[in-house]
Design a protein around this ligand. Structure first.
Ligand code: IMP
Length: 192
């Protein structure tokens, strides 16, 4: 698939479009409609995992036709961009209490599952009324820990992807599509 005519970042030969903008937006609208139906009569509290999920969040909430509230958490996993160590540290905690709330965690990508597994257990211990996860992307082949996903945008192959919020060394978050970044070696999460 050819790249849209845009600035130099978009002309990077190492980038290959995996999911184009129209397809992303169509699927996210469906997810928003599903969430609207499932949470009818409730006020879901959306917790966005910074930074990658912000673009997905911004698109998703435009399709949730309910009162919602938002909060943000930032975590860092020890390790580099292509390998998660499994140890998760909260860099910026939530501003508000989760007690008694219908929490919907908004994540960009579920890879090994280690980050969301940690966050899920952490949030469950804060007295939520309910807890569900929505992820835009899912890499099932790399899962180390099973995490229940209520809403999922796309299953993708085991490749390193960027764009639509996802980064490589903090770059490419502004691409309006999801692309495979070629020539990045992704370590097997099971290797020691
Ligand atoms: P986990 O392996 O499921 O814990 O994923 C942890 C985090 O790694 C995700 O929230 C992303 O920030 C990042 N990540 C995993 N796979 C990719 C990828 O293909 N591109 C960019 N970031 C990724």
């Amino acid at each position: 698939m050819s790249l849209p005519e845009r600035a130099s970042e978009f002309q990077n030969p190492d980038i290959e479009v995996l999911i184009d903008e129209a397809t992303l937006k169509r699927r996210i609208a469906e997810l928003g409609a599903e969430i609207t139906r499932d949470y009818a009569g409730k006020t879901p509290h959306l917790v966005c995992v910074l930074k990658g999920a912000v673009v997905f969040l911004a698109e998703l909430i435009r399709h949730i036709d309910l009162p919602i509230t938002l909060d943000f958490i930032a975590v860092s996993s020890y390790g580099d961009a292509t390998k998660t160590s499994g140890e998760v540290r909260i860099v910026k905690d939530l501003d508000e209490s989760l007690a008694g709330r219908d929490v919907l965690v908004v994540e960009d990508i579920l890879d090994t599952g280690l980050t969301l597994n940690y966050l899920r257990n952490n949030f469950l211990s804060r007295g939520v009324k309910s807890l569900r996860i929505v992820t835009l992307l899912n890499k099932p082949s790399r899962r180390l820990v099973e995490v229940p996903i209520a809403y999922k945008g796309f299953d993708i192959p085991d490749a390193f992807v960027v764009g639509f919020g996802l980064d490589y060394a903090q770059r490419y978050r502004n691409l309006p599509f999801v692309a495979v970044l070629k020539n990045v070696s992704v370590e097997d999460p099971r290797s020691p």
